[in-house]
Design a protein around this ligand. Structure first.
Ligand code: V47
Length: 364
């Protein structure tokens, strides 16, 4: 394989990876532009196995999207709706309670809760949403509200981000999911999500959380109008933030789904693109402990292959996913735990059910 790498012109990157040397943006661009997918995957697998051995993680989780009403209305999003849309919805606190109660017989350890930037819900709604989940299911870890939502909540509360996070944590927030990062480039934000919190703003919320001991994830939405360099600059900003705080757990490349969005003329990403985004991220983000192949977006079969291309996590059981399915995802709504275990085993990895913070629940 290493002879193959010499042939693919990536030998110097192999040496850097073996020596634990950080890759430059230029190295990352060469990996993206290489036509030798197996060579790129081999490099990513070296990093993956150095950091995570043969482990492949999953979680038993539940998604709750409390409302799709959103004032940002990003061009790549099919989920967010104006309040006047017939497709707009908003859960009451009683609805959220019912969602949690309905699945009390399942061994769910994490509730992932995000929504849009709602123009009217008060700060108390978000505190009550957290509290009611904890009341019904006290042991569950709540991973909720993207950095974009948290900046909005701080505005609603009239508090600093740090104090807002203190209030949210007191009500039950455990950690922060990686959404809302998109691509940090101001060019991409101006063209696709001009009303959204800036990339710097997103990073500032994440770093503030980390300084308080709140862990978070990071995403990158790829496969629309961004360039390879913009992807790498995005990851470079994440890598620098991680050097400062060490608070990120997982990086999740998100494959753009165009259906029902204002960018519906674009095509879906290819399997090669999906695997390259996982692999380049694994090589480039040397200080991120985990890289996730999110099966909801790339399908369970490609997520399985992703476990040999740098990914060590495939997210979880999920069951009710709206954001990607509104945008045309044809993947399942849920995966049974035994199915996740089976596909990980078949990939030759050790299936590990984890909690949100990567404590081991069970090794299969
Ligand atoms: O922030 C929106 C993205 C994100 C589309 O932290 C789209 O573990 C593809 O962040 N096509 C929400 N993507 C999902 C998310 C997430 C999911 C699972 C796990 C974690 C985690 C985070 O989805 C949004 C946005 O970046 N998104 N529209 C679309 N059409």
């Amino acid at each position: 394989m290493e002879e193959m790498l010499a042939m693919s012109g990536l030998n110097d990157i192999l040496c850097k990876i073996k020596d634990g040397e950080r890759l430059s943006i230029d190295d990352g661009a060469r990996l993206y532009r290489s036509s030798d997918l197996l060579a790129v995957g081999y490099l990513a697998n070296l990093v993956r196995e150095r950091i995570n051995g043969n482990n492949a993680y999953f979680i038993y989780n539940q998604h709750i999207n409390y409302s799709n009403i959103c004032t940002n209305l990003c061009k790549f999003c099919a989920f967010g709706k104006d309040a006047s849309s017939p497709l707009a919805y908003e859960m009451s606190i009683a609805d959220i309670r019912k969602k949690v109660e309905d699945r009390l017989d399942e061994p769910i350890t994490e509730i992932h809760m995000v929504g849009g930037i709602h123009p009217e819900l008060p700060f108390s709604y978000y505190l009550d949403a957290l509290s009611v989940i904890k009341e019904v299911r006290p042991d569950v870890h709540i991973q909720a509200f993207t950095c974009v939502e948290i900046a909005h909540l701080a505005g609603l509360a009239g508090l600093s981000v740090a104090d807002t996070l203190r209030e949210l944590t007191a009500a039950g927030l455990g950690s922060i999911p990686g959404g809302g990062a998109e691509v940090f480039s101001p060019r991409i934000r101006a063209k696709t999500c001009e009303k959204k919190l800036s990339g710097e703003g997103w990073l500032e919320v994440a770093k503030t959380a980390h300084r308080q001991g709140i862990r978070s994830n990071a995403t990158m939405l790829y496969g629309h109008i961004e360039t390879i360099e913009e992807r790498l600059e995005h990851m470079d900003m994440l890598r620098q933030a991680q050097d400062e705080t060490g608070g990120f757990m997982t990086f999740i490349p998100l494959a753009f789904h165009p259906k029902n969005t204002e960018m519906a003329d674009l095509s879906r990403s290819s399997g090669i693109e999906d695997l390259k985004n996982i692999a380049v991220a694994r090589c480039f983000l040397d200080n991120f402990p985990h890289v996730k192949a999110y099966w909801v977006m790339i399908g369970i079969k490609l997520a399985q292959v992703g476990l040999s291309f740098g990914a060590d996590d495939i997210d979880g059981t999920v069951k009710e996913e709206i954001i990607t399915h509104m945008a045309g995802a044809e993947t399942e709504q849920a995966q049974a735990r035994r199915e996740l275990v089976r596909i990980i085993r078949e990939a030759g990895r050790t299936p590990i059910e984890r909690d949100t913070l990567f404590n081991v629940i069970k090794t299969y």
